[in-house]
Design a protein around this ligand. Structure first.
Ligand code: C5P
Length: 248
């Protein structure tokens, strides 16, 4: 099964993104994640441009709407020729099935479709008090992952620390896409300790681990943002992720 490192391109616009990618010219073309900020700023053109430059694309728009609307939106994303996209599992099995139908091209091919279970920013306490979900957060994540599998999706986004739990419940081929990645030395100074590992920026990730540990736990794709994008040498930081995660 393909394993890879995905760089989260959390940039405000096209120029910043291209400036960042210039350093990778003539090297391995990284798999890139385009999120809401960049997509809403630049629209589908930024996806086409990065695809043209040879990058595989994870379009992270987290769709959640009525099944018919999601199906039609997915049809549009499929024509953009992205490699991976996602929905919220909270939209129900019916919505996820509709998403898959919209995404599937006439020749039967389609991008990978991944579900968000519970956002890693949602605590168990808030989930129970505000969303009135009485189950525990782990149980909820496993159930949402099972719903995604039942709908025919390829995997879920989860914390690397949850990857083993998801694999146990849904099988080894069900993909675990995991953000929350930090290098060992910065992991000690970030997250729960409240210190910052990026110059001038408080780290907001709490449930974190290293690329090597993520591989051991069972992640299929790690999503890495600031440890690469804010590094003094992003190409070297990306190379280190590949080395640790893919054992290359
Ligand atoms: O900079 P950092 O490595 O924390 O970036 C992680 C990326 O993964 C960001 O684009 C963030 O939006 C995304 N993400 C996440 N947690 C989730 C889903 C997506 O951190 N549960």
């Amino acid at each position: 099964m393909a394993k890879d490192v995905i760089i989260a391109c959390d940039f405000a616009g096209r120029q910043q993104t291209l400036d960042f990618l210039d350093a990778f010219e003539g090297r391995r073309k990284p798999f890139l994640k385009i999120g809401m900020e960049l997509y809403y700023a630049e629209g589908p053109d930024i996806v086409r441009e990065l695809k043209r430059r040879g990058h595989p694309i994870f379009l992270d728009l987290k769709l959640h709407d009525i099944p018919n609307t999601v199906k039609k939106a997915m049809r549009v994303l499929s024509s953009l020729d992205v490699d991976m996209c996602n929905v919220h599992a909270a939209g129900t099995v019916e919505m996820m099935r509709a998403a898959l139908e919209g995404l599937t091209r006439e020749d039967g091919s389609r991008p990978l479709l991944i579900a968000v279970t519970q956002l890693t920013s949602t605590s168990e306490e808030r989930m129970q008090r505000e969303l009135l979900i009485g189950a525990g957060i782990d149980e909820t994540i496993v159930k949402y992952a099972q719903n995604a599998k039942e709908a025919g999706l390829d995997g879920v986004v989860c914390s690397p620390l949850e990857a083993a739990m998801v694999k146990d419940a849904c099988g080894p081929d069900f993909l675990a896409i995991t953000p929350g990645i930090r290098f060992a030395e910065s992991a000690r100074d970030s997250g729960a300790s409240g210190k910052t590992c990026f110059p001038g920026v408080q780290d907001d990730q709490v449930r974190i681990t290293t690329p090597a540990r993520a591989r051991q736990i069972g992640s299929d794709y790690i999503v890495v943002g600031r440890p690469v994008t804010a590094a003094p040498d992003p190409v070297a930081a990306y190379g280190r992720c590949l080395k640790e995660f893919l054992n290359q």
